[in-house]
Design a protein around this ligand. Structure first.
Ligand code: SF4
Length: 173
């Protein structure tokens, strides 16, 4: 058994895209598989994400949660969510950034180690979405902290999120 554990630790198994039945165009499936290689190269086998709810309706969070279920299982690509920004490579922000969350988001950003990447996830994070123009919001993440990548959708699907992360990593290579 010890031998098996050791073998699993040192052998890198190729990542499979997603189970049959998912309607993913071949070119997108290729991107998903290459995600693992990019993470290996840039971050040394793991990418840690701190999700920040900056006033979301919670639907974006449900889709984020689905990323770790047995169907999408992003942990097999070396991606996982962490509880503290101090342990994160990426901040994944949802919501239009309410005025109440503005300072908290800035502090979270500053608590994240370099390279301090930011993904704006969902239409609200782009320009406020359905909350745009409200006195209670800042109309998007870029009005509060720098953004490296946008994932549109209301809410975006888990696969759109995976492809968005791929686009982020592509910028770094
Ligand atoms: S983008 Fe849509 S689903 Fe996400 S927080 Fe905004 S309203 Fe909700």
């Amino acid at each position: 058994m010890f031998k098996e554990i050791l073998k699993n630790l040192i052998t890198r198994k190729p990542s499979i895209p997603f189970p049959e039945g998912f309607d993913i165009p071949p070119e997108e499936a290729v991107k998903i598989v290459s995600l693992r290689e990019k993470i290996d190269t840039i971050f040394g086998r793991s990418l840690r994400i701190r999700q920040v709810d900056a006033g979301s309706c919670n639907a974006c969070e449900w889709e984020c949660t689905a990323l770790t279920n047995p169907i999408y299982d992003i942990q097999r690509f070396g991606i996982d969510f962490v509880a503290s920004p101090r342990h994160a490579d990426v901040l994944l922000v949802t919501g239009p950034v309410s005025r109440q969350m503005e300072l908290a988001l800035k502090k979270t950003y500053l608590a994240t180690p370099e390279p301090r990447l930011v993904v704006a996830c969902g239409d609200c994070t782009i320009d406020g979405g359905i909350y745009k123009g409200s006195y209670a919001v800042t109309n998007g993440v870029a009005n509060v902290i720098p953004v490296d990548c946008y994932i549109p959708g209301c809410p975006p699907t888990p696969i759109q999120m995976v492809l968005g992360l791929h686009e982020l990593l592509k910028k770094l290579t």
